[in-house]
Design a protein around this ligand. Structure first.
Ligand code: DQA
Length: 143
C-alpha cells in the first residue's frame, strides 16, 4: 500500500502557472496515480494539504496505517521546512521526493532542498511521470 502526498498549492494544479505545471488538475494526477498503482499491483492513497503540520502527521502515521512507501511532493516546503525533514528522517517508510517542474532550472531558492537528503531519491522536471517513476521505484524495491 503506497501513499502519495502533495503539499501546499498543489490543489491549484491546472489553474496555477500552467506554463510551469501543465493544464492537468490534482484530480487528474490522483486518478493517474491510482491507475499506475493498479498496474503495479498496489493500492495507492492520495492526499493533499496546504498545511505543513498535516503533512507531518500523515508521515508520522504512515507506517502504522500500513503504508510501505511514500511519494512526496512537498511544494515550497521543500526549500525550507526542517520540520518536514525531521518527520521524514524520524520514521522508517521510504520516501521519494517528486517535483513536477525542473526545480534546478528555476529560481535560485528552488535549487536547495532541505528534504531530499533524508529521502531515498528525488525526481524533478518530468511532470506527472515523476510520480509514476516514484511509485515504480518503491515497488521495485529500489527505494
Ligand atoms: C514544486 C516545485 C516547488 O519549488 C514549488 O514551490 C511547488 C511545486 C514542483 O512540483 O515542481 O509548489 O514542488
Amino acid at each position: 500500500m503506497l501513499l502519495v502526498l502533495n503539499g501546499p498549492n498543489l490543489n491549484r494544479l491546472g489553474l496555477r502557472e500552467p506554463g510551469v505545471y501543465g493544464s492537468q488538475t490534482l484530480e487528474d494526477l490522483e486518478r493517474q496515480c491510482d491507475a499506475w498503482g493498479a498496474e503495479l499491483g498496489q493500492a495507492v492513497t492520495c492526499r493533499q494539504s496546504n498545511y505543513e503540520g498535516q503533512l507531518i502527521e500523515w508521515i508520522h502515521e504512515a507506517e502504522e496505517h500500513g503504508f510501505t512507501g511514500i511519494v512526496l511532493n512537498p511544494g515550497a516546503l521543500t526549500h525550507y521546512s526542517y520540520a518536514l525533514r525531521d518527520a521524514i528522517s524520524g520514521q522508517r517508510v521510504p520516501v521519494i521526493e517528486v517535483h513536477i517542474s525542473n526545480v534546478d532550472a528555476r529560481e535560485e531558492f528552488r535549487h536547495r532542498s532541505v528534504t531530499a537528503a533524508v529521502c531515498r531519491g528525488k525526481i524533478s522536471g518530468l511532470g506527472f511521470l515523476g510520480y509514476r517513476l516514484g511509485l515504480e521505484a518503491l515497488v521495485e524495491g529500489q527505494a
